[in-house]
Design a protein around this ligand. Sequence first.
Ligand code: MG
Length: 390
Amino acid sequence: MTQRVASVETFVATIPRDTPYLGPLGPGEKVNSRGYLVRQGNGTIYPTADRSIVVRITSDTGAIGWGETYGICAPRATCEIINDLLAPVLVGESIETPEAIWDRLYGLMRVRGCTGGFHVDAIAALDIALWDLHAQAAGKPLRDLLGQTVIPTIPGYVSGLPAGTLAERVAFAEQMFTAGHRVFKFAAAVSHEGIVEEMAALRSALGPSANILIDLHWKFEAEAALRLIDALAPFGPGFVEAPVAPEDVGGLTLVAHESPIPVAAGEEWYTAYEVANRLHAANIAYVQPEMGHTGVTQFMRIARVARDHDTLIAPHATIGVGVFLAASIQASAVIPHLWRHEWQHSVFDRGLELLEGMPPYADGAYALPNGPGLGVRPNDAFWNYAERVE
Ligand code: MG
């Protein structure tokens, strides 16, 4: 008999951290009364604690599916969208048709312009939980419902060098290199000593065998990005990420066309609609879908659009407890044009303590969770950090 959704619950998990995400406070940066800081390097707001939204869907047989989405900023807004708007529509629906449900939930608000942001985050959390239930009911790991597993482990790369000075960031990268890592990404938003200077220092310290990637954090107009890229090119970066503002499709197209360094983008793109519009225009080398925004349904659709454009998939990894990361790893296993999956070491290691079933990251790769569904679920420790939002 078909299982149907019986209830939906939302939780905000708040996990304190000693050093803010992307590193210590820089010049002119301060924490405000709600615990946020604005990074001067890119004008973006960040929380000082790690925070995410976890959803629990219970079916009419008592089976439980887990989902997760972004909760770093104003998490109660997303919870309200789920509890007030989406959950009442979802209750009573079959757990066997998550794709159709994604389309239906998205359709509720698309003509009001809610084609991304908090609304689609809310759908992503529900979508992941439905896929978890659907795969559990089939007795299979999620990846088996999505396609043919093409790789047994998912190669990753070191993302972020969380230290206050360039010398400390270089020392951190050297430590990681000694531990066997060869692919590194640094965040230009906190390159206080200069982006080219940071690239040069890392190349000098790590040598020619290191693949060094640069996240430009949407900081530049196209012409300025191209001038910077020309200055970076002699140091041989593997890609430059997010060179221009998210809305600047023309700028992205120009940079991707002119840049001697491959361009990566897309952690902020929610749907295959957005990706198709951009890839139609811009010849970018890597698309970086974020499971916390896309859910499983759009993640897989984005991968199909990318394949049609000969673009590699390099999934993004954001702040969370790891439920959506498990979904991202499961989905990545069936994508033949997967390059590498981002590894946010400072976030991942803490998530390991909150989840049952997540294998450790080892030898530069994620191992696939075992068991049916996502293969992970919050453990007892998780509940020390979680608060129910009704
Ligand atoms: Mg990024």
